[in-house]
Design a protein around this ligand. Sequence first.
Ligand SMILES: Cc1cc2nc3c(=O)[nH]c(=O)nc-3n(C[C@H](O)[C@H](O)[C@H](O)COP(=O)(O)OP(=O)(O)OC[C@H]3O[C@@H](n4cnc5c(N)ncnc54)[C@H](O)[C@@H]3O)c2cc1C
Length: 292
Amino acid sequence: MNLIEFRNFSLIKYNTLRLKSVAEVCYFPLNMEGLLEAVVKTQNRQRIFLGNGSNILLTKEFYDETYAFIITTMMNNIERNGAEIILDAGVTLHDLAWFAIDNEIGGYEFCEDIPGTAGGALIMNAGQWQWTISQYVRWVDVVDLDSLVITRIVPDSDFFQYRNSKFNQMNVVIARAGLKADKGDYREILERMLEFKKERYFKQPRNYPNAGSVFKRPTKGDETFFVWKLFDEVDLRGYQVGGARVSDKHPGFIVNVDHATCYDCVALIQECKNRVKNHFVIDLELEWRVIE
Ligand SMILES: Cc1cc2nc3c(=O)[nH]c(=O)nc-3n(C[C@H](O)[C@H](O)[C@H](O)COP(=O)(O)OP(=O)(O)OC[C@H]3O[C@@H](n4cnc5c(N)ncnc54)[C@H](O)[C@@H]3O)c2cc1C
């Protein structure tokens, strides 16, 4: 078996905001063959590819059969091949980090606490502080959704940008990747990993469901701004619509404090954008992908 199909499938466990939403058509490929099968079966539908759903906003409570969700989390093979880690799109960054440490491979400590998959990380060029996944990529295999051909991409130096990549201009789904495997010291890696985790838990609101930073850091002229500082100046810290709230602990996050709906989140985001635009003349851009 290469592919599992569900009908009327609850997406609550497949978006980290834990918004209630149902997909009439949903596929879980188990491997590359399954992914190709899913792509072929859904040619007449709007395909939504998901990893762990940790960077998305579902805007509908029901996605009818004109959509097809293809969730990669069951494509999760990871192995070492000499100087490379080869991993499927659905491998979580958490598992990547622990695989690396077990194999005394350094560099992936920043991944351990980012709750996405390799596919989602490559699309977004996920990262933390000075590290991004792009620094470790050697090649990426994608399925071209027009030709249904598997193509190997070796990214050049401007392929990845801040929380963005050229994958977003291509009609592809990421299937697997080859990453660098440079030697590291087990104890040093472990210490760094735990230190990062501690710092993140200290700063981020982990007591409520969320989907990480909501907006990209905006720029105006030569200046880059922290979203949370802008929000504090326009009294958005703690501001709530329905069950969705701008986090009191870290206003760069929106948290689901009480059965928030898709519509609560959409309305709260709009209010944040309006206040920042009216007060600072800055257009906020979402880091989240909106599933419309
Ligand atoms: C508590 C918390 C902390 C976070 N911290 C960070 C952080 O420090 N740094 C950071 O960068 N991000 C962070 N994030 C955001 C998020 O975890 C990352 O962006 C992650 O890489 C998203 O991966 P995902 O598998 O969840 O993607 P999803 O949310 O499932 O999808 C995101 C986008 O990628 C697309 N996509 C997913 N898989 C594929 C694929 N195989 N092929 C093609 N398209 C695909 C989806 O269609 C969607 O457009 C955080 C989120 C949370 C909840």
